[in-house]
Design a protein around this ligand. Sequence first.
Ligand SMILES: [Zn+2]
Length: 400
Amino acid sequence: MNELAADLEALAAFGAEGAGVSRLAWSPALLDASRWLLERARAIGLQAELDAAGNVIAKSPGSGPAIVVGSHIDTVPQGGRYDGALGVLCGLAALRRLAADGFSGSRPVWLVAFMDEEGARFGTPMFGSRAFVGEDLRELGTRRDEQGVALAEAMAAAGFPLAEVSRARAVDQVECYLELHIEQGPVLEARGVDVGIVSHISGSIDVRVGLVGQAGHAGTTPMDARHDALVGAARLIALIRDEAAAANVRATVGTIAISPGASNVVPGAAELSVDVRASEEATLDRFAGRLAELTAAVGKQEGLETSVSETARLAPLTLSSDLQQLLSGSAQEVGASSIAMPSGAAHDAMIVGRHVPAAMLFVPSRAGVSHRDDEYTSNEQCALGCEVLTRAVSELAGGA
Ligand SMILES: [Zn+2]
């Protein structure tokens, strides 16, 4: 087993659950894994600490702005071993190579494992990278997990006061950012390609749609006298699916809350979440406009009051063309086949890449599976992607 595979195995022991792992934000399993990573980094001569946002930051010596390489080691509940973890461990492998050469490049290289990329516990995705670029996150402190614990409480218990999170801002010392990640989709495997070089990351909007009609007795309310919010929701969900397919958008109604919510009561109100993703901001805006029109039309048809509100937005990001070129050159040099491809999933690179040039490298995911315990990328595929990343990092650091 090579060192990367051994590291993957060792990291997967933290929060192990069957074949998968659960390392939620600020959990003991994640913090233990972070401390393990600090030790691994120190063992090759890096100066490694947790910053005020719980990010692992490990620095090689050198002067000038830093080359940052990283990803995340938190997971969704019962997630896989590779999502995030592979990018961090490949970054560690790249630094191990630099260390073997005595850090002969003059540029500092930082390995970063961002806290809470998944946002699975508190609904606060990319918390660590957002802190790293200096966003004000204090208002997130009241978000609660399923047990009722607030984010600020969980952070305080782990020794990280939310009031001090602004001290994690470090993007001003950064030259550029590189992130290797599993594809989480089927394209590379289907095409038999070794690595994907990401051209852009889709943007997204989260929309809440409310439909209010009238609750009533299931036996006594005539069919033609109903204002059934769930019937309206059902019509709307099908329309959203059709409209998205026609508009080159991915739109998903992922949750629906009905009240009163009893088998013998006509539903009086429904609230839906709509997750909308597209590669162009104008496409997102157009779809948001259509969603409002469709909702109003369904409301009219079913006799419902409607409301539509956008609750979150992430603009799409185009990745650095210089860094894409560097990665494709590195792939060629190590004999890895590559294609350019978009990312439909969000990543820390999306946050950091708004401040400094950023690039992402994908390796194949078996059957496109991710966020499950059967997520898998072979050791050979991991090693080859790692080699491409290592070469690019070495070149940026000036030691190649
Ligand atoms: Zn990830």
